[in-house]
Design a protein around this ligand. Sequence first.
Ligand code: SF4
Length: 63
Amino acid sequence: MKKPVIDLDACEGCGSCVEMCPEVFEMQDDGKAHVIAPEKCDSCDCQAAADICPVEAITFVEE
Ligand code: SF4
């Protein structure tokens, strides 16, 4: 399974990925998006969320 990973140093907290995949990504108190449920990429288009990220902070790793 491909699992999304966010580079927290790069994330600028725009929230676009959370808008596209709210079950997978969540804004947290540090003002950055975090992956809360990588397995739920099945229910949205995580690749599109990665593509829309303005700083290319979302990448994928094979599990
Ligand atoms: S789209 Fe990119 S920069 Fe915006 S919150 Fe998500 S990971 Fe951060």
